[in-house]
Design a binder for this molecule. Structure first.
Ligand code: 13P
Length: 344
């Protein structure tokens, strides 16, 4: 049981405060290397530091971003900008520091196409250390792929159990758990298949929440929107995505969870904004805040504009601020496409 449930609930509410959402800047070393490589930038510690610094020091970003999820390396840097560690820089701006704590995925023995998220061994000790470094919330991601043969019930059960155990360790350590089960967009399945798998996954998740005594009021759910597979011939309008997403969430998510934050999962920045807006336009009388916790959809234009060059920092920060602002408006269901071209 958490030491101070009220304090955790306050952090949870602040993370999904009106007009605000979360930036996921917790790319692991192989992932950030892949993103940098596409732009011809070498993934050295100095380049990674420069890039995170660009994001974390963007002027006015605290108007739209409530919290930032970091990778272990970033949280540990003794000095990010102005000689200060990352958590301190964020806190001084009123942004809540967070940390990704899973240890990545491995192939699930005996279950082709399926993966298991690791990191439970020694988790309690690591969380204590992260609290000492200034983290106030955490993230653990599980990935569910749709194929002819997957997902299977045993692998869903194992991964949802892992998420619940992780959430328990977080609440005990005084960290708000972001619980992230992601149904991937990869594949040629239709939107109904994504809805069915996501519903099944979430039903198991909340059963595990109950069994493992997780306090839903002090947790956030981070999940995929309901979309057709990337290689499917089917295209879904934002209104259709919104309808399917809300139906699925209403059928399976605990009403006690204060907020649901979506991942972008390979949608373009514009799609991720338009879909979030449509969800919020359609959502009346739902018990949750519906916001964003995007990685790629918030960072992509800024990363491309930066391309590893110090002279591009200010321009890249403008791009990042623009995406944060557009998603903030969408998170309240007030976005219109023409706003994309407005000068700020
Ligand atoms: P994307 O928005 O790029 O999917 O990243 C979100 C995230 O944190 C994945 O774990």
């Amino acid at each position: 049981m958490p030491a101070d449930i009220t304090a955790l609930q306050e952090i949870t509410k602040a993370l999904v405060a009106p007009g605000k959402g979360i930036l996921a800047a917790d790319e692991s070393l192989p992932t950030i290397e892949k993103r940098f490589k596409a732009l011809g930038v070498e993934s050295t510690e100095e380049e990674r530091r420069a890039y995170r610094e660009l994001l974390f020091t963007t002027p006015e970003i605290e108007k739209y971003i409530s919290g930032i999820i970091m990778f272990d390396e970033t949280l540990r840097l003794a000095s990010l900008a102005q000689g200060k560690p990352a958590a301190k820089i964020l806190e001084e701006r009123g942004i809540i520091p967070g940390i990704k704590v899973d240890m990545g995925k491995v192939d699930f023995p005996g279950f082709p196409n399926e993966e298991f998220t690791q990191g439970l061994d020694g988790l309690g000790k690591r969380l204590e250390e992260y609290v000492g470094l200034g983290a106030q919330f955490a993230k653990w991601r599980v990935v569910i792929a749709i194929s002819e043969s997957s997902p299977t019930r045993p692998v869903l059960e194992a991964n949802m159990t892992g998420l619940a155990i992780y959430a328990g360790f977080c609440q005990q350590a005084g960290l708000v758990p972001i619980v992230e089960p992601e149904v991937l967009m990869d594949g040629n399945h239709d939107i109904a298949k994504c809805a069915g798998v996501t519903k099944q996954m979430l039903e198991i998740l909340f059963k595990k929440f109950f069994e493992y005594k997780i306090v839903p009021e002090a947790s956030l759910l981070k999940v995929n929107m309901i979309l057709p597979g990337k290689d499917s011939a089917q295209k879904a309008s934002p209104e259709e995505v919104a309808k399917q997403t809300l139906e699925t969430l209403k059928s399976a998510v605990s009403v006690a969870i204060p907020g649901i934050v979506f991942l972008s999962g390979g949608q373009s920045p514009l799609e991720a904004t338009a879909n979030l807006d449509a969800i919020n336009k359609l959502a009346s009388s739902v018990p949750w805040q519906l916001s964003f916790s995007y990685g790629r959809a918030l960072q992509e234009p800024a990363l491309v504009a930066w391309a590893g060059k110090v002279e591009n920092v200010a321009f890249a920060q403008k791009k990042f601020l623009k995406r944060a602002k557009m998603n903030s408006v969408a998170r309240d269901g007030k976005w219109e496409e023409r706003m994309e071209n407005e000068r700020d």
